[in-house]
Design a protein around this ligand. Structure first.
Ligand code: NAD
Length: 480
């Protein structure tokens, strides 16, 4: 399996001026190497995407469909290689990594299908007195060159969520993967080339966020920026992007409510998954659980037993449930936040210790306060805070006490309460009888408040990545 990549620009592999090592976060072993692109090299990628833009806009929908479908098929055939790359560079347990490849295949298929449905609509122009004798409709026009900037935690699927809809809509792309996880991005570019994507339609350039990313965002030939990552970088990008349309899929400190009438086994199983998948490094990680007062004690004890059973190990071992955080500074940050919460009166019921290079053992906190970092900020680690509530109104208030608003979960058998809560909770999606961590790739997905702007899911991303153009025909003088 190839793990050393060059820059992918204008359909060719180009030797970079500088390279960096990509390491397995769990043990620091070198997995591969990737280019550290210079500004001149990024400029070449943008120029290639710009040259290819007219051809991309003209490529018929059935061709866009065929290329996206072929890429999906090739990816499916190479599931194990992609899963090993995801597990190695991001530290995701291999079983979850295989799941990510399966989802990426689906994201490409949904994008292919959207290429065939990229339609505008009829506009009833003559509904206005001034529009008599006019016929109107809209076209969905490609925007041109789209800059796609992606994070480390889903190094394949989140790239497919940008590249798939962008190509389906007739755009060209310059992709900058996260510096910790660039290999999957290059593997995807390789697959698209094999599937027949013309030169220049997709260009991949890795390198530092501050240098490559900023340059891309500010470049006058980049028509749109689609970014997934932290709220801090997202805000910066919005400031640098000026008038360009920007989609921002940012972080969160997601919460679930477990009401007293909930199916407790269901809630426990889903909370154990939502709280600790990929060591909590998931944007819709379940960070806060609010449990109805009389059941809170039993729920917390049972969750602790499940957490105690997790196996910590190397990401390539099938038995591993938990591996490590992306790097040592993040592991240190998570244990610091836990220590700060304990200092201010919270109780650590299990875990929260450093182990190995960048591993933090899965932790449950209780007795926290809303202002603590472990509650108020995105912890992005294997930590859940469990607190009790005495009324559903109060529980919703606690969920909403956040600068973020990505997704939330509500466990209850009472449909009226569930729907009431779904309407009151301030976020992009509410999962009933599930954790906020639930996502299938065709659904509209995105946040409110500091969790971002715009929606992904191929159909919704395609709306953002195409421009509405209105066409009105003056029929005055036509035979009556
Ligand atoms: P990050 O913000 O540190 O980096 C994301 C990307 O931005 C990387 O490619 C990075 O190199 C680049 N970047 C950094 N500085 C830049 C700059 N000045 N200009 C342009 N690009 C720059 O995020 P991360 O640590 O890789 O990922 C974790 C974050 O991503 C978490 O906050 C998580 O919640 C969020 N996330 C959100 C979603 C979602 O869909 N809402 C999905 C996954 C991850």
């Amino acid at each position: 399996m190839k793990t050393d990549y060059d820059l992918f620009i204008d359909g060719r592999w180009m030797k970079p001026g500088a390279r960096f090592e990509v390491r397995v976060p769990y043990d620091g072993a070198v997995f591969g190497t990737a280019p550290k692109a210079s500004r001149a090299e990024v400029e070449q990628a943008i120029a290639a995407a710009k040259r290819a833009a007219p051809a991309a806009a003209k490529l018929p929908s059935h061709k866009r469909y065929e290329i996206l479908m072929k890429t999906a098929t090739l990816m499916q055939q190479r599931t194990e290689d992609f899963a090993r790359a995801i597990a190695s560079e991001s530290g995701k347990p291999i079983r979850e990594a295989r799941g990510e490849v399966g989802r990426s295949v689906q994201t490409l298929i949904f994008s292919a299908e959207e290429a065939k449905r990229n339609v505008g609509e009829m506009v009833p122009v003559d509904a206005h007195p001034g529009g008599t004798d006019r016929l109107g409709f809209t076209l969905r026009m490609p925007r041109g060159v789209i800059a796609a900037i992606t994070p480390f935690n889903f190094p394949l699927n989140l790239v497919c969520h940008k590249v798939g809809p962008a190509l389906a809509g007739g755009n060209t792309v310059v992709h900058k993967p996260a510096s910790t996880t660039p290999i999957c991005g290059y593997m995807l570019a390789e697959l698209f080339a094999e599937a027949g994507l013309p030169a220049g339609f997709l260009n991949t350039v890795s390198g530092g966020g501050g240098e490559v990313g900023d340059f891309l965002v500010a470049h006058p030939d980049v028509a749109m920026v689609t970014f997934t990552g932290s709220a801090e970088v997202g805000k910066h990008i919005r400031a640098v992007a000026g008038m360009k349309p920007v989609t921002l899929e940012l972080g969160a400190n997601c919460a679930a409510i477990v009401d007293s009438d909930a199916d407790m086994d269901l809630a426990l199983g889903r909370c154990a998954t939502g709280g600790f998948a990929h060591s909590g490094q998931v944007c819709i990680h379940l960070q806060r659980i609010y449990v109805a007062g009389k059941t809170a004690g039993d729920f917390t004890d049972a969750l602790r037993s499940r957490v105690a059973a997790f196996r910590i190990g190397h990401p390539l071992e099938d038995a591993s449930d938990v591996t490590s955080l992306i790097d040592e500074p993040n592991a240190a940050r998570v244990t610091d936040w836990i220590a700060e919460a304990e200092r201010d009166g919270a109780r650590k019921l299990i875990g929260g210790e450093r182990a190995g290079r960048a591993t933090v053992t899965p932790a449950i906190l209780s007795g926290t306060q809303p202002g603590m970092k472990a509650v108020a900020d995105e912890i992005f680690g294997p930590v859940v805070c469990v607190e009790s509530f005495d009324s559903i109104e109060r529980a919703v208030e606690m969920v909403n006490r956040s600068r973020y608003g990505l997704q939330a979960g509500v466990f209850t058998r009472d449909i009226s309460r569930a729907l009431w809560a779904a309407q009151q909770i301030e976020c992009g999606g509410v999962m009933i009888n599930d954790v906020p961590t639930f996502r299938v790739d065709q659904m509209p997905y995105g946040g409110v408040k500091d969790s971002g702007v715009g929606r992904e899911g191929p159909r919704y991303a395609l709306q953002e990545m195409t421009e509405t153009k209105t066409v009105v025909i003056n029929l005055t003088g036509a035979p009556r």
